[in-house]
Design a protein around this ligand. Structure first.
Ligand SMILES: Cc1ncc(COP(=O)(O)OP(=O)(O)O)c(N)n1
Ligand SMILES: Cc1nc(C(=O)O)sc1CCOP(=O)(O)O
Ligand SMILES: [Mg+2]
Length: 201
């Protein structure tokens, strides 16, 4: 499986409707704290936009709702993974991406036979408080060696200037939130990301 080098992460179907039609090929819906009925509606709306624009949708955390709404890819962190039923996820035909932040988490992730592994935070992030200090490019290169040909996602503090180093270190895809969603012109920034990642597509 090949991941698009530009992996957009947003927190609503409205963001997906706004940015995916610009040409985004890989997007994660990452919603926290929403009731299941509203959440199912968000996932269904995101799925419809992605289907219309040939974009791979990845649902963060909510694997049961992803199955119920007919999605085909979920992302789980280590706490999510500990509570997830991997057999059910696999039986439903879902692909699976897993977060990692240290060697023990990488071993846990690889044992789950994921479709990609994410390493973060490669650079400092302002999106959420994290207990890990930034991993840096050397660590990313170490992850590349450790995972072999498995797709590797770099996350945390991604911006356009950092992309050459991130891909040179071995990432297949760069996942981004605030460099786009907090930009004064998210559409223009998305177009810049699409252009900047074209050479790795
Ligand atoms: C691509 C990607 N990488 C890492 C994460 C983080 O997942 P997790 O550790 O479960 O934290 P939350 O995003 O759920 O707060 C991710 N979502 N996507
Ligand atoms: C959601 C998330 N997970 C991370 C991890 O390291 O697992 S870093 C992160 C936030 C990424 O946002 P931004 O691009 O704004 O830094
Ligand atoms: Mg999670």
């Amino acid at each position: 499986m090949k991941l698009d080098p530009f992996y957009l992460i947003v927190d609503s179907a409205a963001w997906i409707a706004r940015l995916v039609p610009l040409g985004v090929r890989l997007v994660q819906l990452r919603i926290k704290d929403m009731d299941p009925v509203a959440l199912a509606g968000e996932i269904a709306a995101a799925k419809a936009v992605c289907a219309a624009h040939d974009c791979q949708l990845i649902v963060n955390d909510h694997w049961r709702l992803a199955i119920e709404t007919g999605c085909d890819f979920v992302h789980l962190g280590q706490e999510d993974l500990a509570e997830a039923d991997l057999r059910t996820i696999r039986a439903a035909g879902l692909k699976l991406g897993i977060s990692t932040h240290d060697a023990a988490e990488l071993a846990t992730a690889l044992a789950a036979r994921p479709d990609y592994v994410a390493l973060g935070p490669v650079y400092p992030t302002i999106l959420k408080k994290m207990k890990w200090t930034p991993q840096g490019l050397g660590r990313l290169a170490g992850w590349r060696r450790a995972v072999g040909r498995l797709p590797l996602v770099a996350i945390g503090g991604m911006n356009l200037e950092r992309l050459p180093g991130v891909f040179a270190a071995g990432a297949d895809s760069a996942a981004v939130v605030t460099d786009i969603t907090l930009n004064a012109d998210p559409e223009a920034r998305t177009r810049e990301w699409l252009a900047a990642t074209a050479q790795w597509r």
